[in-house]
Design a protein around this ligand. Structure first.
Ligand SMILES: Cc1cc2nc3c(=O)[nH]c(=O)nc-3n(C[C@H](O)[C@H](O)[C@H](O)COP(=O)(O)OP(=O)(O)OC[C@H]3O[C@@H](n4cnc5c(N)ncnc54)[C@H](O)[C@@H]3O)c2cc1C
Length: 337
């Protein structure tokens, strides 16, 4: 039985053809002055100037995007890429912003938010689920559990989008994106599309071949196990949810774990053993509950968090000669004024 359901009020996306050159002819954009929003003609989509990114990141810090757009349809995505290229502007891709530290100076160019790319199709018989890149992971976890599709229970506490999970190989509770992904559709800046398999994505711990590329994930297909008892899956999902709420600090803005675990070590343990729990710079603090979390205690700016990251790295390097790499993606200019 194929059960197709759109889980948002957004209209369905346009189907994505495999590896084709797309025509932009019908999508000319208007040329208004730099301070005004730009409407992509033929679409409802507005490219807005000077949009504060703090509202679009889970750290709640970050300066303005020079330009910002939230396309809802595939054609709007294409037009946004074309517009940036015509203006010779760099592009930054944003999911839920839950793994990003963006400079207080903001970002030049066009920031494309993928949060409105939402559409779910799930097959209750086969367990194959196709999801728009903007779909929130926690909502997907609950929805799949309620339908007896087993596999996504681990994702309930990760406040990112499906697109961000594909790029980051997000994971928790022993599960990760790579374990369930069948393929991801991506749109390249030149307007072509590709369908990538997990092999293409060269998945490793919190890493994929998409990192550092401006290839936009538009949707992903997962293979889940059908026919499970919804009550059992919902219970397990709820256990994961509760566990995270009690062991991790969800009460203040953060990006989750800031540092990758070095081989054979837990970053949080190293930070704790360095005596850094509770250490604070400006409004940014190492969490008491989980030392791999940096919290925005209310008035942090991005440079506070950046300096705290550097301090932790220096302390851990001095004590154990270990290089703590960041898991959080640091974007923009952090040079001292
Ligand atoms: C409280 C908290 C708990 C967390 N717990 C976990 C955890 O347990 N496990 C875990 O793995 N992570 C965790 N995270 C981190 C974060 O949620 C994940 O890394 C998540 O996958 C990021 O998704 P996002 O949509 O927010 O991506 P963003 O943070 O917006 O972006 C992350 C990267 O992906 C790129 N990107 C985003 N969307 C797309 C797209 N559609 N196409 C192409 N590139 C894109 C961005 O350019 C950027 O490089 C946690 C974060 C928080 C705040």
């Amino acid at each position: 039985m194929i059960n197709t359901m759109t889980l948002s009020y957004d209209p369905p996306q346009v189907a994505i053809p495999q590896t084709v050159r797309l025509s932009f002819e019908s999508l000319k954009y208007s040329t208004q002055s730099a301070a005004q929003p730009v409407r992509l003609l033929g679409t409802d989509c507005l490219i807005k100037p000077h949009v504060t990114l703090a509202a679009h990141t889970s750290f709640r810090v970050g300066g303005p995007a020079q330009w910002y757009v939230t396309p809802q349809r595939f054609a709007e995505l294409q037009a946004s890429f074309e517009w940036a290229q015509a203006q010779a502007l760099p592009i930054t891709l944003l999911g839920a912003g839950s793994n990003l530290l963006i400079s207080d100076r903001g970002l030049p160019g066009l920031v494309i938010s993928t949060r409105r790319l939402r559409q779910n199709q799930f097959n209750l018989s086969s367990g194959e689920v196709t999801v728009g890149a903007g779909e929130p992971l926690p909502r997907l976890a609950w929805q799949m559990a309620e339908r007896g599709l087993q596999g996504m229970e681990w994702a309930v506490g990760i406040p990112g989008t499906v697109g961000g999970a594909v790029v980051m190989n997000a994971g928790a509770h022993g599960g990760c994106t790579a374990d369930y992904l069948v393929n991801a559709h991506v749109l390249l800046p030149d307007g072509t599309t590709k369908i990538l398999t997990p092999q293409d994505l060269r998945y490793r711990y919190r890493t994929s071949a998409l990192q550092g590329k401006n290839w936009l994930v538009t949707q992903a297909t997962f293979q889940l196990q059908p026919g499970f008892d919804p009550a059992t899956l919902t219970d397990l999902t709820n256990q994961h949810y509760k566990h995270r709420r009690t062991t991790q600090p969800y009460h203040l803005p953060s990006c989750g774990s800031v540092f990758r675990n070095p081989i054979g070590h837990k970053a949080g343990c190293l930070i704790e053993q360095a005596g850094l729990k509770g250490y604070q710079i400006g409004g940014a603090q190492i969490a008491e509950r989980h030392a791999n979390f940096i919290l925005n205690c209310g008035n942090a700016v991005a440079s506070d968090i950046f300096r705290l990251i550097q301090h932790v790295q220096q302390q851990v390097e001095q004590r154990w000669s270990l290089n703590l790499e960041t898991e959080v993606k640091i974007l923009g200019d952090f040079q001292a004024l």
